[in-house]
Design a protein around this ligand. Structure first.
Ligand code: GLY
Ligand code: MN
Ligand code: MN
Length: 449
C-alpha cells in the first residue's frame, strides 16, 4: 500500500483515504487500526432492517456487506497494509440472499493488500497487534466489538512470557477519520451534488402534488418515489412532512394527517446516494398561495437564511452563519411583535429561542449530522474549502396569549446545503425553489385532480 497505487478506478478514493489515515497514524507513532462495519439487525423473526454499512468503514473501503472489519497496519518504519476480514463465499446462502464477494474477490475488487475470512479475525488481530505501539480503535460504540478487541489485547498480554508486548496505547481512530471526513474529496462532492439534485427534484414534486385534502403520507410517498427513481438507496433520515401546527414539532415524523386549505406544509427530506446525504427543508402553502402573516414569517426566515449563506466563507467560524441568522431573526421577531425589547436584549437574553430553538447549521456528508468537531479548543472551528454544512434557520410560533393570533401555528424552516469554496460557498440544493414568487408560480401551474 505504500508503493504506487494499484487503484486508479473504482474505490481509488477509498484507497487514497486509507493512505491518508496511515500517514496520520504514522505521525503519531504508527500502530494497528481496527474499523468494523455495522451489524445487521433483526427487525422481527427472520426479517432484518435494511442494511447500511458503518460510515467510517464505508469511507475507507466501499465494501457493502455486513460481518466485515478493516484492519490497517501502519508500521513506524513506513510499511503499511490494509487487510479486510469478510464473509466467505457460500453458494447455498448466495442462492437465498445474493452475491458475496468472499475474501479473494474482495481483495481484488476493493484494492486491499489482503483479505481473510471473518471467522479468523480474532486470532489474526492478536497476532497483528503484538509489538505494535498503539491500537487505533474507537471504544464504546458497540459492546460486542469492544469485547472482541479487549479479548485480542488480553491474548497478547497473556503471551508476555514468550516476549510479546501488547500495544501500550489505545487511540481513537474515529478522531482521525472525523478530521478527514470534514473536508470532502472530489468523489464525495460529486455524490453530494447528485444527492442534492435528486432531493431538490423530490421537493419540487412534493410542491406540485400537495393540495388540500391530500395527506402528509401521500406527499411523503411522492418524495420517496423521486428519491428512489433518482437512484438514492434510501432517505438520509426519516422525512418530516408536517402540515399546519405539526410544523412546530421539530422532529415530527407521524406524517399521517390531512392537509388543510390555508395551512403551510413544512417538508424536511433528503435522499442518500452512494452513501452521502442531502438535507433540504422547504415550507410552502398547501393551497399554493401564502397568506399575509405566512409570507411575513416566511420572508423573515428567507432573509435570515440569505444572511447566513453570505457568512459562509473560508476562515469564518462555524458559528458565523448562525450569528448572522440570529440578528435578522431577532429583529424580525421584534418587528412582527413576537418579541419585545431591543435586538441586543433579545440576543443577550436569547428570548428568540422561544421561536427559534435550534442552531442554523450542522456538518453534512455520509451522515446527515456528519462527523467532525465543531470546536477547536474553546473556539468555533474555522470553515475551510471542501466542508459541507447546512443552513437552516426557522421560526416556529405556538399559540400563546402574548403572541399575535395571526401567527399562531405558523412553522417555517428553510434549509439548504452549502459547500465551502475557495472564496465563499456554493449552495448545492438551489434547484428546490424557495422565493415566494417562484413557489407560487410552480404551484399555480401544478396539475389538479
Ligand atoms: N433533517 C435533520 C436536520 O435538518 O438536521
Ligand atoms: Mn439539517
Ligand atoms: Mn433537515
Amino acid at each position: 500500500m505504500d508503493t504506487a497505487s494499484p487503484m486508479d478506478g473504482m474505490f481509488a478514493a477509498q484507497h487514497r483515504r486509507r493512505l491518508a489515515l496511515v500517514e496520520r497514524m504514522r505521525l503519531a507513532g504508527g500502530g494497528v487500526a481496527v474499523v468494523p462495519t455495522a451489524p445487521e439487525r433483526t427487525r422481527n423473526r427472520d426479517t432484518f432492517y435494511p442494511y447500511r454499512a458503518d460510515s467510517y468503514f464505508q469511507y475507507l473501503t466501499g465494501f457493502p456487506e455486513p460481518d466485515a472489519v478493516l484492519v490497517v497496519v501502519a508500521e513506524a518504519s513506513g510499511a503499511s497494509r490494509s487487510i479486510l476480514f469478510c464473509r466467505e463465499k457460500n453458494l447455498e446462502r448466495e442462492i437465498w440472499d445474493g452475491f458475496r464477494h468472499g475474501p479473494e474477490g474482495a481483495c481484488v475488487t476493493f484494492g486491499l493488500d489482503a483479505a481473510h475470512p471473518f471467522a479468523e479475525f480474532d486470532a489474526v488481530l492478536a497476532e497483528l497487534i503484538a509489538d505494535q505501539a498503539a491500537l487505533w480503535y474507537s471504544i464504546g460504540h458497540d459492546p460486542g466489538w469492544d469485547g472482541r478487541i479487549a479479548a485480542a489485547l488480553n491474548k497478547v498480554r497473556g503471551e508476555s512470557r514468550s516476549g510479546k508486548r501488547a500495544p501500550a496505547a489505545i487511540r481513537d481512530v474515529r478522531a482521525e477519520l472525523d478530521a478527514m471526513r470534514l473536508i470532502k474529496d472530489a468523489t464525495e462532492i460529486d455524490a453530494m451534488r447528485r444527492a442534492a439534485a435528486i432531493s431538490a427534484a423530490a421537493h419540487v414534486r412534493a410542491m406540485r402534488f400537495a393540495a388540500p385534502g391530500r395527506h402528509e403520507y401521500e406527499v411523503e410517498a411522492e418524495l420517496l418515489h423521486e428519491f428512489r427513481r433518482g437512484g438514492c438507496d434510501y432517505p438520509a433520515y426519516p422525512p418530516i412532512v408536517a402540515g399546519g401546527a405539526n410544523a412546530c414539532v421539530l422532529h415530527y415524523v407521524g406524517n399521517d394527517q390531512p392537509l388543510h386549505d390555508g395551512d403551510l406544509l413544512l417538508i424536511d427530506a433528503g435522499g442518500e446516494l452512494a452513501g452521502y446525504a442531502s438535507d433540504i427543508t422547504r415550507t410552502f402553502p398547501v393551497n399554493g398561495r401564502f397568506s399575509g402573516p405566512q409570507a411575513d414569517v416566511y420572508d423573515l426566515v428567507l432573509d435570515a437564511q440569505a444572511a447566513a449563506i453570505d457568512a459562509v466563507r473560508p476562515g469564518a467560524t462555524f458559528a458565523a452563519p448562525h450569528e448572522a441568522a440570529l440578528r435578522i431573526l431577532g429583529q424580525g421577531m421584534i418587528d412582527l411583535k413576537l418579541l419585545t425589547g431591543s435586538l441586543d436584549a433579545v440576543l443577550e437574553s436569547e428570548s428568540y429561542k422561544r421561536f427559534f430553538m435550534h442552531r442554523t447549521s450542522h456538518w453534512l456528508g455520509k451522515d446527515v449530522h456528519d462527523a467532525g468537531e465543531y470546536k477547536e479548543g474553546e473556539h468555533w472551528a474555522p470553515l475551510a474549502a471542501g466542508m459541507v454544512l447546512t443552513i437552516e434557520p426557522g421560526c416556529y410560533v405556538r399559540p400563546a396569549d402574548d403572541v399575535p393570533p395571526a401567527f399562531w401555528n405558523i412553522g417555517v424552516r428553510i434549509e439548504d446545503d452549502a459547500l465551502v469554496t475557495a472564496t465563499g460557498c456554493e449552495v448545492i440544493t438551489v434547484a428546490a425553489p424557495k422565493k415566494i414568487a417562484d413557489i407560487e408560480a410552480l404551484m399555480r401551474d401544478r396539475p389538479r385532480g
